[in-house]
Design a protein. Structure first.
Length: 416
């Protein structure tokens, strides 16, 4: 089944391929002098399409900005040509004007590797106005970016921003400047404030051969990486991205982390519900082949889910919506939470019922059994102590590594 969305994406990619041709053999480290070779580009000879190499779900933040620059630090997965940045004002209260936008390789802190900071344009213009509720995609940058680059995406806000659309749990330090447009600056001297959120940037897109696709990790704080080591990229989707890059190029996939800490399946809370954001955070993303769904524990803990059947009905809706677009969807079991203050045997029974549906219904296109790989064999309702971050709900770095290793890579190649 061929998706209309992919047909549109392919046409965009085809136009990009005429303008942007990959540079053969380029594999630059994050500390290289330049991110791209813009001289003597060589065609790959392969048809290209757009895939996601980094993502973070858009949400409402409690932040406003006026005449300042934010330098977002993000870490990509798969490499490719024609890099583009998506900016979201989905939860904005007014139009936001970006008077300058640049992307370069992070050196240390807010500093950019000299020679790598490159200006972004939008329809050929160096500034762009994004209406409230909308998003924009930058023009593609010439040249090729290697995999796993740590990028600094700098955005100068002209005037007042209104409510900032962003991502509230970055597990990564980014930077905000003093007053003025500092987006083109390579040194970080003007960026005097550190933040633990991302502002406005919601995805990074590259063109890659059509054998390369996108996988979306969709979930709550456990997908978002809460209590993993900040700045170390040890969330389970990061581990998965590294494993995919270890394989041959045709088997590689970009990984988008669309987790929101505190998110629910059945009701809005931290972010709109996963049912409400499924189109924006999954189906609208470029090159998506497979989504891994792990969500429901916040509904159980918060009392929104009073039976496993409520979660199962919602899972079936998400499965149907994915399949209608020709997208594969893997169900991931919910990890243990005994020891958390809100734990009860009744809540555990709901988690067990939902997990049994995920494992045995065969309605998902595959299963990732996170529960099985993280639980303590001596007390299966609890995390294995090594995998417990200490709050009995979120994994440690070792637990996240075990989760990332538990994904069957062949299951990601599912086709519908």
């Amino acid at each position: 089944m061929r998706r209309r969305r992919n047909q549109k994406g392919s046409s965009i990619a085809a136009r990009c391929a005429v303008v942007v041709m990959a540079v053969a053999g380029l594999a630059l480290s994050p500390h290289a002098a330049a991110a791209v070779d813009q001289k003597n580009p060589k065609p790959t000879g392969q048809p290209l399409h757009e895939v996601g190499t980094w993502g973070a779900s858009a949400d409402r933040t409690p932040v406003t900005m006026t005449e300042q620059t934010v330098r977002n630090i993000v870490h990509t997965s798969v490499g490719g040509s024609g890099l583009r940045i998506s900016l979201s004002n989905a939860f904005g209260t007014q139009p936001v004007v970006f008077g300058g936008a640049y992307v370069g390789l992070q050196q240390t802190g807010a500093a950019v590797v000299p020679g790598t900071n490159r200006q972004l344009t939008f329809g050929g213009s160096t500034s762009v106005t994004v209406p409230a509720g909308a998003q924009v995609l930058s023009d593609p940058l010439p040249g090729t970016y290697a995999p796993q680059q740590t990028l600094a995406v700098s955005l100068y806000v002209r005037g007042a921003s209104g409510t900032v659309t962003g991502h509230n749990l970055a597990t990564q330090t980014s930077y905000v400047s003093s007053e003025g447009d500092h987006s083109a600056e390579e040194d970080g001297a003007a960026f005097t404030t550190t933040i633990s959120r991302w502002y406005w940037v919601d995805s990074v897109v590259v063109s890659a051969p059509k054998t390369v696709g996108t996988v979306v990790a969709l979930g709550d704080s456990i997908t978002d990486g809460l209590r993993s080591t900040p700045g170390a990229n040890r969330r389970w989707p990061d581990v998965l991205a590294g494993r995919l890059l270890d394989g041959p190029r045709p088997k590689q996939m970009g990984v988008l982390n669309e987790g929101i800490s505190g998110n629910r399946v059945l009701a809005d809370g931290a972010g709109v519900s996963v049912q409400a954001r499924f189109d924006r955070d999954v189906l609208a993303k470029p090159g998506v082949r497979t989504v891994i769904l792990m969500e429901g524990i916040n509904d159980i803990n918060g009392g929104q889910a009073t039976s496993g059947d409520q979660l199962i009905a919602a899972y079936r809706q998400l499965i149907a919506r994915a399949h209608a677009e020709g997208t594969c969807i893997l169900g991931a079991t919910m990890t243990p939470f005994k020891g958390l203050g809100s734990y009860t045997d009744q809540k555990e029974a709901i988690r067990t019922a939902a997990n049994e549906f995920i494992r045995h219904s065969r309605e998902f296109d595959g299963v990732v059994d996170f529960d099985k790989v993280t639980r303590d064999p001596a007390d299966p309702q609890r995390f294995l102590p090594l995998y417990d971050s200490g709050d009995h709900l979120h994994p440690s770095d070792a637990g996240y590594a075990a989760m990332g290793d538990a994904v069957n890579l062949k299951a990601l190649e599912c086709k519908r």
